[in-house]
Design a protein around this ligand. Sequence first.
Ligand SMILES: [Zn+2]
Length: 261
Amino acid sequence: MVTRRKNVFGCAANFLRGKKCVWCGSFKVNKTTRGYVKCRLCHKQKSLKMIRTEIGIVTGFYQQQPAYRLANDLGMDYQTVTRVYQKLRLSLYYIAELEGAKLSGEVEMDESYFGGRRKGKRGRGAAGKSIVFGLLERDGRVYTRVVEGVSADDLMTVIRKKTRKGSVYYSDTFKSYNSLKRLGKHLTVNHSKDMVSKKTKNHINGIEGFWSFAKHILYNYRGVSKYHFPMYLKEVEYRFNHRQENLFKLLLSVYFGYVSH
Ligand SMILES: [Zn+2]
């Protein structure tokens, strides 16, 4: 199911030629003399020039090009590109938050700290950083949430809401996870000793892998404020959960489904 890289942009070809409706996917489109593309099915219309520009912006977003650089490449206003990026990100935020059933089966969890200057561990030194709690279903999706703190209450609320009872839970030995055994089987790995517990072979490599994925992507967005961070985080979550699919195609449908009218 892995899409080959060279085919990623192929899905836009008929949109760019004005042969396919960007909103409903129908081929029943007319080109008007004014350079508009008009859909006979959903009755929406837009200038082909505008459609091409918008697809250009989605392409830049997909490639994580900085807004100023894309604006420069497309000969556009920086603010316009930024606004589209923000709207896309906001749409992804809601979609990521809504999609998918509760995680189940084998579920790994961990907390991580993003942003801020100081290196910090749980609690102490974490000031200025965003605390992220992550849940990952093995061979499945990841779910992330910016949390206020890492108390048992903070974390268990998310776990109860986002995982199915009776799952097998993997975590480190942090005390906030102590009551997990009431929800399902709880297996731990002692982080301070090994990444993989030698004796039990328990690990949380899946969620650790997600943290590196996230940090790699968020490096492009360094300097994001704490206020905007949750939206960037959900974008990463969306990219991760759809990494085996044609993400560009998905972003196009998100854009024309929720952002562009
Ligand atoms: Zn249409």
